[in-house]
Design a protein around this ligand. Structure first.
Ligand code: URA
Length: 182
């Protein structure tokens, strides 16, 4: 299946109750050939309205960190664990994650990136390990199947606590270095 076909399937999805409250399904954006993929938690209000991940305040901050390490948004792929916004941005429910995760698995299989970066704790707990500790383990590398994985602070956490921005920059620099190693 192509990414475009998968997107169509996702847009028609009725697997969980978020289908009733979403404005748009937020499938993912970026290059089908991306070697670097970012995975956040779930769409927020701006994302639900636009259908594009990470376009709100947190997304704008993510863009700044990409720019800081000279990576353009067009060359990466950005998606979320959940494709639909949970009401009032509550945490995803385990059953919503279970219903939705196959879309992400298929996205990863089609894109086949070298590196997957989890944005925040919820994504890291789902994709790297259930007991992932973001404060201690951000920037650490994990090998999972064909993929190199790491997690960084969620940009929304950086908005709440700007002292974390220093660590974020160091982690992004490590990711940039790893990307250029063959
Ligand atoms: N937060 C996320 O985790 N994902 C988005 O797309 C926007 C905000």
């Amino acid at each position: 299946m192509s990414l475009e076909e998968l997107k169509k399937k996702c847009e028609a999805c009725q697997r969980c109750s978020l289908a009733q409250t979403r404005t748009n399904c937020v499938f993912g954006v970026g290059s089908e050939k991306a070697t670097l993929m970012f995975v956040g938690e779930a769409p927020g209000e701006k994302e639900d309205l636009s259908g594009i991940p990470f376009v709100g305040r947190a997304g704008q901050l993510l863009d700044k960190f990409l720019e800081a390490v000279d990576i353009s948004r067009d060359e990466v792929y950005i998606a979320n664990i959940l494709k639909c916004r949970p009401p009032k941005n509550r945490d995803p429910l385990p059953e919503e994650e279970e219903q939705c995760i196959d879309y992400l698995r298929e996205q990863v299989a089609i894109i086949n990136p070298k590196i997957i970066v989890c944005l925040g704790r919820i994504s890291a707990m789902k994709l790297i390990k259930p007991d992932f500790k973001i404060t201690q383990e951000h920037g650490t590398w994990f090998k999972k199947g064909n993929y190199l994985m790491t997690a960084v602070y969620h940009p929304a956490a950086l908005l709440r606590d700007p002292r974390k921005k220093e660590d974020m920059l160091l982690d992004m620099q490590k990711i940039k270095e790893k990307l250029s190693e063959e």
